[in-house]
Design a protein around this ligand. Structure first.
Ligand code: NI
Length: 135
């Protein structure tokens, strides 16, 4: 089994606001990410596909194809957008990096038909990232 990774970067805004909590509780939990109008992050997304080498091509998955799948389903929807307002697959979900990773997984899992989606990693900063493997 081999693991192929495609990395993409995007910029997006979010506001972390749990409507079932008080303003004080939201501030205490989310701090700057509770900023009234939201704020931005430069995210890095890593998508890992696992599979065997296709003897015809020598590839696990054609990286051009993987790039196209990620762009059509994720980057075009999130880059320079606001997760809370105009990202269709995040409506009604608090846009923590955890929730974004799970949502991105669900967007991609059926689209990757060469090999298998193995993991989705999202870096919200250089030092913090979340990885989701579908379970
Ligand atoms: Ni934030």
């Amino acid at each position: 089994m081999l693991y192929v990774t495609r990395r993409e970067v995007f910029s997006a805004s979010h506001r972390l606001d749990n409507k079932s909590l008080s303003e004080e509780e939201n501030k205490a939990i989310y701090d700057k990410c509770y900023n009234r109008y939201g704020h931005g992050h430069n995210y890095t997304l890593e998508v890992v596909v696992a599979g065997d080498i296709d003897p015809r091509t020598g590839y696990v998955i054609d990286l051009k194809e993987l790039k196209k799948i990620i762009h059509e389903n994720i980057i075009s929807k999130v880059d320079h957008h606001h997760f809370n307002y105009d990202v269709d697959f995040m409506q009604g979900i608090i846009p923590t990096t955890e929730n974004i990773a799970v949502a991105v997984w669900h967007q991609l899992v059926d689209k990757i038909t060469t090999g298998k989606l193995y993991s989705v990693k999202i870096f919200e900063t250089e030092n913090n990232y979340i990885e989701y493997k579908g379970e």
